[in-house]
Design a protein around this ligand. Structure first.
Ligand code: UTP
Length: 289
């Protein structure tokens, strides 16, 4: 089944990326030369999403401006005959219909997703957490859509995380049903040590059905005083179950300084324009460490 819609919550304040996040939304920080959010839009579009809603907030206008034509640049490029560059820039906003909606208060990821209720309507949809960048051969959204087709249940993208870090993420009660595939019957956000089920955590991608909205409307604030998407997905997992896939790909926590740096080094060594020189630089640089 083709999943036509995607939601990208990107309204979080990004306190871990202060001070830059005071004026530059963390989603607009670059992976070499493109803002991170651009790769999320491309991933959703590559997995079939035609309509993509980005949830923004105050101070995040730069995101909206990025997905628009840029007349001044186009005039300059036209004058110098760089028509292919114009084409490349226009592609940024033509891969899908990109919509924007503001979450007026940052009351949590679950609350951000709830604002997408009318946009989503009555069909399954992808959620891409705005600060989780994943580099993979096949878009993780497409991997989830395959699992949805096969197992018929909402899907979450997961990875085993180091046991000592599970408390920072969520923990899934999951049983293996195939290689890298699990049936999930419960989950808990930011578990205490005695609440941990497994070290499988949801990392940045889920495919949900619209039943989540009625559940979110009834979900009280949870960990950190925020309305947690995990608390709502827990209800789904406990009633009909969810499928978890240990996705192929490398995930970077782009909302953290270290994740931002790792994503950039990884992308830079493979970059068609600067990759070769950057690799040479890096080889010399590591000798000095
Ligand atoms: P995070 O908790 O990682 O984002 O939320 P944050 O709150 O911006 O980060 P820190 O901890 O202060 O550094 C995960 C995702 O949910 C979005 C964020 O933008 C991020 O993509 N989010 C979070 C919202 O859209 N709205 C919220 O109220 C909270």
């Amino acid at each position: 089944m083709k999943i036509r819609k995607a939601v990208i919550p990107a309204a979080g304040l990004g306190t871990r990326m202060l001070p830059i996040s005071r004026t530059v939304p963390k989603e607009m920080l670059p992976i070499v030369d493109k803002p991170a959010i651009s790769s999320l839009v491309e991933e959703a579009a590559a997995a079939g999403a035609e309509d993509i809603l980005i949830i923004t907030g105050r101070g995040k206008d730069a995101i909206e401006n990025y997905f628009d034509y840029s007349v001044e640049y186009e005039q300059k490029l036209l004058a110098s005959g760089k028509l292919d560059k114009i084409e490349e820039m226009r592609k940024i906003c033509s891969v899908a219909n990109v919509y924007f909606l503001r979450q007026k208060e940052t009351r949590g990821l679950g609350h951000a997703v709830l604002t997408a209720k009318n946009f989503v309507g009555n069909e399954p949809f992808y959620i891409l957490y705005g600060d989780d960048v994943i580099m993979s051969e096949k878009p993780v959204c497409a991997q989830m859509s395959d699992a949805f087709e096969k197992y018929g249940k909402p899907v979450c993208g997961v990875k085993p995380v180091p046991w000592e870090l599970v408390a920072k993420y969520c923990s899934l009660k999951a049983e293996s049903i195939a290689d890298g595939v699990y049936n999930v019957t419960d989950m808990i956000e930011k578990p205490r040590p005695d609440e941990v089920y497994t070290n499988l955590s949801i990392l940045g991608r889920v495919l949900l059905t619209p039943e989540i909205f009625d559940i979110l409307e009834e979900t009280p604030p949870g960990a950190g005083g925020e309305i947690q998407l995990t608390d709502a997905m827990r209800v789904v997992a406990k009633s009909g179950g969810m499928t978890a896939i240990d996705f192929e790909g490398t995930r970077f926590d782009f909302g953290s300084k270290l994740g931002f740096l790792k994503a950039n080094v990884t992308a830079a060594v493979n970059h068609p324009e600067v990759g070769e020189e950057f690799r040479a630089f890096l080889k010399e640089f590591v000798k000095t460490l």
